[in-house]
Design a protein around this ligand. Structure first.
Ligand code: PLP
Length: 376
């Protein structure tokens, strides 16, 4: 059986986890957490990087940090994971969904302005498949209307846009280190990137249960107290040890994923040329991280048939999001701005192929051959 995903393993995780265990400190903000955070701050150029239990937690932190209140509106694509919306719904916001561009499956930046109302507080671009949204247009709108931009960069760790790192462009960026993502903190994990310096102190307080414990540990205050609302958004250092092994080899992981991605792309080119499938588009402005390789079939029937064919060959290929705006909670907590021209239609024909760091050349060859014989 060729799985759709397997968590990345580089080999050094166990040594670092053992070292975390012998340090006598397994809770949050230990040595490995510091190493990961400093690495991200330097590599991605953000004011502060904070490890969290998940991207879901990072998005929740972001909603607290920008003080989302009941009645506020937050703009995002409908073609995304539930956490993108939940984080803001938890604070009482209404979600305003904007259609995606069919070429990248990212929110169409040209449709955002029409969705802005006096209640709008934030725009949440999701960098689908690690391809960064048109951030120049989005940041210009945010400035014009005084809105926050929270990047859901769960899939975009190590991607760039015009040379800038995904997650470092908006006021806040959110990463995922779930086992299905490019780098993992032993199964679950995330990071909040704070790019707006004015938000750094409060981000630390919100992450530490509403206390100024971080300042206390740095010796900046002589006791720590309850300062604000907050929660526990720390990652255990044992998990940070696993993550550190992967970040240390981030270039290698990225290069290997890009190689796998390119092999699919090249091998499937003839099928795309015959008009049977469409291959993903890569805009010149964004350098992706090969988070995902997807193809588009003509419609959902064609997709089901191909999923069945691959399953017969012991290959697991899966589709992705059911658009949020048509789900029961989406209907309750959100509305679609304008017309759903592409979100539903494109989501129904998109199919993801196995792509993960430890996918062997042999197994990828089996997937490719199975696709070639299906379409021949
Ligand atoms: C994976 C993912 C999340 C959630 O990440 P967790 O770390 O599992 O909470 C959020 N948004 C997007 C776009 C994702 O792909």
């Amino acid at each position: 059986m060729i799985p759709f995903n397997a968590p990345p393993v580089v080999g050094t995780e166990i040594d670092y986890m053992r070292s975390a265990m012998s340090s006598g400190k397994l809770c949050g903000d230990g040595g490995f957490t510091r190493r990961c955070q400093q690495w991200m701050e330097q590599r991605f150029g953000c004011s502060r990087a904070l490890l969290t239990p998940s991207c879901t937690a990072s998005l929740e932190m972001a909603a607290l940090l920008i003080d989302i209140q009941p009645g506020d509106e937050v703009i995002m694509p409908s073609y995304t994971f539930v956490s993108t919306a939940n984080a803001f719904v938890l604070r009482g916001a209404t979600i305003v969904f904007v259609d995606v561009r069919p070429d990248t499956m990212n929110m169409d930046e040209r449709l955002i302005e029409a969705a802005i109302t006096p209640q709008t507080r934030a725009i949440v671009p999701v960098h689908y498949a690690g391809v960064v949204c048109e951030m120049d247009a989005i940041m210009a709108l945010a400035e014009k209307y005084q809105l926050y931009v929270i990047e859901d960069a769960a899939q975009a760790v190590m991607s760039t846009y015009k040379g800038r790192a995904a997650g470092s462009i908006g006021h806040i960026g959110c990463f995922s280190f779930h086992e299905t993502k490019n780098y993992t903190a032993g199964g679950e994990g995330g990071a909040t990137l704070i790019n707006d310096k004015a938000l750094v102190d409060r981000a630390e307080i919100i992450r530490e249960k509403g206390t100024n414990r971080s300042q206390f540990f740095r010796g900046q205050v002589d006791k720590y107290t309850w300062r604000d609302i907050g929660s526990s958004y720390l990652m255990a250092d044992l998990q940070a040890a696993y993550l550190w092994a992967q970040l240390e080899q981030a270039n290698q992981i990225n290069a290997q994923r890009l190689k796998l991605w390119q092999r699919y792309y090249d091998a499937l080119q003839p099928i795309a040329a015959s008009g049977r499938i469409e291959l993903p588009a890569l805009p010149a402005s964004a350098e992706h991280n090969a988070h995902m390789f997807y193809i588009k079939l003509h419609d959902s029937d064609a997709r089901s048939e191909l999923i069945g064919w691959l399953k017969e060959a012991d290959i697991l290929a899966v589709f992705h999001y059911i658009p949020l705006h048509s789900s029961p909670a989406g209907l309750r907590f959100g509305r679609f701005s304008g017309e759903d021209r592409f979100t539903t239609r494109e989501s129904e024909r998109l199919l993801r192929l196995p792509l993960f760091y430890n996918l062997s050349d042999n197994n990828q060859g089996t997937v490719i051959n199975s696709l070639l014989s299906y379409f021949s």
